[in-house]
Every structure is written in C-alpha cells, then in structure tokens.
Design a protein around this ligand. Structure first.
Ligand code: AMP
Length: 177
C-alpha cells in the first residue's frame, strides 16, 4: 500500500468545530493534521507539487496558521519565508491593507522590503473563505512588486466563492467544502 498522503486523508483528519469562534461558523481545525507527522509532511508535499527548489524565491504565509505551512514549504523549496502579519506586529516600515473576513474585520501588513521587485512568490494560507484576507495579501505583494506565481490553501470553502476575489492568480486548494 502506498504511504502517499492524499487530500482524502487530510479531509478525514480536519476537525469541524461548530459555532467557533461565534455561532454559525463551522471552524475547520487543522491541528490534527499538524500533530500527525505523516499528514503534516504529506500536506507540504501536496502544497509544493509542481515546484522544485529554484522555482520560487519566497513563500509568503498569512498570520497565523498560514505561517506554519508557508515556512515548511519554504524549507522544502529552498526558498525564503515572508510573513504577512496582523497590523502592529512587524517592527520595520510596512504597507497596510484592511479587509473584511468571515467574522469581523482586520488589517494586515508587510515589510516594505519583504521581497525585491520581480521576485517569484507563492502565497500560502490554511483556509480560503470569503477571500478577503488573501486578497489583501495579494494587494500588499503587488505593491512591493512581487511576482505571484500561485496562491495555495489547505482548505477552500467553495460556497463562499473567495476565488473570485483573487483576480487572475492561479489558486490551488487541497480539500474543498
Ligand atoms: P477569508 O478572508 O474570509 O477568506 O478568511 C480566511 C482567513 O480566516 C484564514 O486565515 C482562516 O484561517 C480564517 N478562517 C475563516 N473562516 C474560517 C473557518 N471556517 N475555519 C477556520 N479558519 C477560518
């Protein structure tokens, strides 16, 4: 039997937590995937499929769960890691972008020199819901001149149609609901 992790393995491990952090939200808990070494490694293999070391200059992760997958993917691809953080957390000069999310609103920021103009990046987050967060991150990356190759998610909530907010960038998600 193959030991290869499939999206179905990930779907089986992702825990649905109803009414978190507020009534009506079905929270997709990815901690069981992280806690299983085989599933975590398999997730990174699936996220990086089609890319090899040298193809990407940096993997950009979105605060906070996106950091986990983006940092591991960066190591896998021999690329740098760049954080898009919540407002007020980055110490140097930043660009900021505000957006609405499934529950509440937020502002994200990136260091003005996080990538050099023309550098090739993958944008990674754990979950695509309405697309507000990823769209704000794309805006920031475009502002500093990054060349966005693809946007990757572990999970996509298709019924919220977040994809339509991500312009023409290719979107890959491993598990869809
Ligand atoms: P959105 O901006 O609406 O696409 O929301 C995506 C961001 O919010 C991601 O960073 C997710 O971590 C988080 N998020 C939104 N909805 C959920 C959900 N149902 N379960 C887990 N995380 C969520």
């Amino acid at each position: 039997m193959s030991n290869k992790v499939t999206p179905a393995d990930l779907a089986a491990a992702i825990r649905n937590v109803p009414d978190f952090p507020k009534p009506g939200i079905q929270f997709k808990d990815i901690t069981p995937v992280l806690a299983d070494g085989r599933l975590f490694a398999g997730t990174i293999e699936l996220l990086c499929a089609g890319y090899k070391p040298g193809d990407v200059d940096a993997v950009v992760g979105i605060d906070a769960r996106g950091f986990i997958f983006a940092a591991a993917a960066a190591l896998r691809l021999g690329a740098g890691f760049v954080p898009v953080r919540k407002k007020g957390k980055l110490p140097y000069d930043t660009h900021e972008q505000s957006y609405d999310l499934e529950y509440g609103s937020n502002t994200v920021a990136i260091h003005v020199d996080a990538v050099k103009p023309g550098e090739r990046v993958l944008l990674v987050d754990d979950l695509l819901a309405t697309g507000g967060t990823a769209s704000a991150a794309i805006h920031l990356l475009e502002k500093i001149g990054a060349k966005i190759l693809e946007v990757h998610f572990l999970i996509e909530l298709q019924f919220l149609d977040g994809r339509s907010k991500l312009k023409s960038y290719p979107v890959k998600s491993l598990v869809t609901y």
